[in-house]
Ligand binder design. Structure first.
Ligand SMILES: C[S@@+](CC[C@H](N)C(=O)[O-])C[C@H]1O[C@@H](n2cnc3c(N)ncnc32)[C@H](O)[C@@H]1O
Length: 250
């Protein structure tokens, strides 16, 4: 708790991002990642493998942009730094650990950006990238905007979450280089007998095509959110998003 508060105070971020809640979200996520490191390990390994699969057979490897790089738990930074001439990490907040990790490589640059509010940011950042990785970002994009309405006790505009998700996918579709999309799509809550007690669509009604890779991410093991319940996210990975087949969702 005290560590989180200290990190909240010292994490560099634009005042606007702090005020909107991005820094708070980032600190909560980083501390959950620390507590749940073992449970998250298979997810992080699968995500890193999908990113490297996207990177290795590219004919040109000048620039890679990682959108939603955050705490770099699921990003193979050393490998990307070795494969590409330049690595750009883009997020609303770069936690201290990610800043230190980036500093260890001479070709890694941090960009602090709100990918919802800054229209055209994806195109501007990734327009000349050989590879753009959307790294477990898509389902996170609506969270702060929706929370803002709830905090002000205002009705959430109809379809806002769906619109934000669809806008990010449209921005990725507009990129000339390869796009690797990794995102959680659904949450299920399970009890200790493996019964599903609740479920949530994380993409607000947007369905994705059948993925070439998919796995479960135990995001909150028993005892993390609740003693007798655990939360599991279904993750889809598309190392080459443009090559997706328009089939029914998995
Ligand atoms: C689940 S985390 C991604 C995990 C990260 N790839 C890692 O390896 O630790 C989602 C990230 O999306 C970022 N994010 C959420 N909304 C954003 C926005 N509007 N603009 C930019 N980044 C945003 C958060 O700051 C967070 O770092």
């Amino acid at each position: 708790m005290l560590l989180d508060l200290a990190l909240y105070l010292v994490t560099p971020a634009p005042w606007r991002h702090r005020r909107l809640g991005y820094v708070r979200e980032s600190i909560l996520l980083t501390s959950r990642a620390r507590r749940c490191r073992r449970a998250w390990a298979p997810h992080c390994a699968a995500a890193r493998a999908a990113m490297l699969a996207a990177a290795t057979d590219l004919p040109r490897r000048e620039t890679v942009v990682v959108l939603g790089s955050g705490g770099l738990a699921d990003v193979p930074l050393a490998e990307l730094s070795a494969l590409f001439r330049s690595v750009v990490l883009a997020d609303a907040v770069h936690p201290l650990g990610a800043r230190l990790a980036a500093r260890r490589h001479g070709n890694v640059r941090l960009v602090t950006v709100d990918l919802v509010a800054e229209a055209g940011a994806v195109g501007a950042l990734c327009g000349s990238a050989d590879l753009t990785i959307s790294a477990n970002l898509l389902s996170q994009l609506p969270i702060v905007p929706l929370d803002r309405y709830e905090a002000r006790h205002q009705p959430v505009p109809e379809g806002l979450g769906r619109h934000i998700v669809a806008a990010h996918l449209a921005a990725l579709d507009g990129l000339p280089g390869r796009v690797c999309l990794i995102t959680d799509v659904a949450q299920r809550e399970e009890d200790r007998l493996g019964r599903i007690t609740d479920s949530l669509d994380l993409l607000h009604g947007v369905t994705l095509p059948a993925p070439p890779r998919a796995w479960d991410w135990e995001i909150a093991p028993f005892g993390e959110a609740e003693a007798e319940r655990r939360l599991i996210h279904r993750v889809h990975a598309y190392p080459d998003w443009a090559a997706r087949r328009p089939s029914s969702p998995a």
